[in-house]
Design a protein around this ligand. Structure first.
Ligand SMILES: [Zn+2]
Length: 260
């Protein structure tokens, strides 16, 4: 009789059966997965401990009637020629599926790239502004924004445009007057920072912008005005310094003449 093989290609040596369609088969025994031989006795297994099955009950296996065999099924046997054809068909099918998968992956990647490009085009202005902002905060903001690919909110636009405008103003800021000059200045209060109270009372830093866009700073208790207010005042130039790359003029003894 011609040599027969199992599906995995191994040579078959046991009893050959024939199924109702006349095909050659063999009986494959399905071992029981609920019992195990422990110390020479087949027992129902509760679980595994240190990779060894254990049975605290000492029960016999009800699943397989303690035979160790769960059941059996007929498996096909193949001649060398038939096995070759079966393997060839399986290989062709696998290659077709791999090719289909590859195309699907490429299409998905192309769609992702197109979507990303569309998002960047739609938000080009916002992204360009974001890219002009250096520093860790803005770098995280930018990466997060591009990763999410969701149109910016009104709040995000306001934040970015505010920062861009502030930086543009700061870049244009120049020193005002000379140290020691007593000057009359018209300024808009940009921000008031309250310093911690160390027992001498509160202290404030008032940041102001003159009409040419130059940054002025006052540290002290005098009230120059509320944020957003424009005032005309007399003050003395105390110092010129550069902070975070911005030229700023520190003033002292401000005296408000007029609130606009
Ligand atoms: Zn069993």
């Amino acid at each position: 009789m011609e040599q027969l093989f199992k599906r995995d290609g191994s040579i078959f040596t046991g009893t050959v059966n024939t199924d109702e369609k006349g095909r050659t088969t063999y009986t494959q025994v399905i071992p029981c997965d609920r019992c195990h031989v422990i110390d020479g006795q087949r027992l129902w297994v509760m679980g595994m401990e240190n990779n060894r099955p254990y049975s605290r009950t000492g029960f016999e296996c009800w699943t397989c009637g303690n035979t160790g065999i769960r059941g059996q099924r007929e498996e096909r046997l193949y001649t060398a020629a038939k096995l070759e054809r079966v393997n060839k068909t399986a290989a062709t099918r696998a290659a077709r599926k791999a090719e289909a998968d590859r195309i699907a992956r490429e299409q998905a990647e192309a769609a992702r790239v197109a979507k990303d490009a569309a998002f960047r085009a739609q938000n080009a202005d916002f992204i360009a502004k974001l890219e002009s902002l250096d520093g860790d905060f803005w770098s995280l903001f930018r990466n997060d924004f591009l990763r999410r690919s969701i149109a910016p909110t009104a709040r995000q636009i306001e934040l970015v445009e505010g920062e861009v405008a502030k930086r543009a103003k700061n870049a244009a800021s120049a020193f005002v007057g000379n140290v020691g000059d007593k000057m009359t200045l018209t300024v808009t209060v940009e921000r008031i920072i309250t310093l911690p109270d160390y027992g001498y009372g509160k202290n404030y830093i008032t940041l102001m912008r003159d009409q040419a866009g130059n940054l002025l700073v006052y540290k002290g208790l005098s009230d120059i005005g509320q944020q957003g207010e424009t005032v005309t005042m007399k003050a003395t130039v105390k110092e010129h310094n550069i902070r975070d790359g911005v030229q700023q003029t520190v003033i002292q003894r401000p005296k408000v003449l007029e609130v606009a």
